[in-house]
Ligand binder design. Structure first.
Ligand code: ZN
Length: 262
């Protein structure tokens, strides 16, 4: 039997479980670790997660603040076209016919393939993001976050917008819980801190990251313009900035100094 992987941090083994699942054996070792080393320095980020731009990042390093986005992966367009074609092909065929059954099977297989690519892509993308930051923050996964994502922010004009935004979700983010659990695990493994901001109390999409005042925005309003201080910025970046500032305030108020994490 061969074992793969290696612990990211040393420790004393305190329990061991052997599991058999779907023909594969898993060996789980639980280690008692000394204090987890935060390896990724004092840089921090907050992300906003959506179906138009997958990740919008507000980044803070020792030198500067920056905004970044993680674009849709390259396979995304192909997957969207193909899923659209296959769905139409099912719809063209007579209900109950063999041809329709066959087309439905093909569509289901393609959906599984896309789900696997998404998972793989999320793993890689998150690993790359988390490796850069000692602190990562995001709005906690709530009904509000989900419905906002489901309401869509697709800006492509013209026909099929609704259909396309549905497909976007299907391809990139139908598994929000899976995505968040991935962030939690990867951050813990990397010794980075993952902080989840309370959406209802913080109101990141309505709050101004500069003066902290709250103003309502319509769903379609893509720009934040503060009536209090005049600050203007794209909406997604604004909410990520609010979450980032909340994370820093939270750390400061609990006496955790970010610079010590370096
Ligand atoms: Zn303001």
């Amino acid at each position: 039997m061969t074992a793969r992987g290696q612990p990211r941090q040393g420790g004393t083994i305190n329990s061991c479980d052997l599991m058999h699942e779907d023909g594969v054996w898993h060996l789980w070792l639980t280690l008692d670790c000394p204090v987890i080393q935060r390896r990724h320095g004092a840089a921090s980020c907050a992300f906003d997660w959506g179906s138009e731009t997958v990740l919008t990042l507000a980044v803070k390093t020792a030198d500067a603040d920056a905004d970044e986005t993680v674009a849709n992966p390259r396979w995304f367009q192909t997957a969207r076209d193909r899923l659209g074609d296959l769905a139409r092909s099912v719809n063209r065929k007579t209900r109950g016919s063999n041809r329709r059954r066959k087309a439905t099977k093909t569509l289901a297989r393609e959906k599984r393939r896309v789900a696997n690519r998404r998972k793989d892509w999320q793993h890689k993308t998150l690993a790359a993001v988390i490796a850069r930051f000692g602190v990562i923050a995001a709005e906690t996964l709530s009904i509000q976050t989900l419905t906002r994502s489901a309401a869509g922010t697709v800006e492509e004009p013209g026909s099929n917008v609704k259909q396309k935004s549905g497909l976007n979700r299907e391809i990139l983010d139908t598994a929000p819980a899976q995505f968040y659990s991935m962030v939690r695990h990867k951050a813990a493994d990397a010794g980075s801190l993952f902080l989840e901001a309370p959406t209802r109390a913080l109101k990141p999409s309505q709050r101004c990251p500069c003066c902290w005042s709250v103003g309502k925005k319509a769903l379609g309003e893509r720009t934040h313009t503060c009536s209090g201080c005049g600050h203007t910025a794209p909406r997604d970046f604004t909410s990520a900035r609010v979450v980032l500032r909340w994370a820093h305030d939270t750390l400061t108020s609990t006496g955790q100094d970010l610079s010590e994490a370096a």
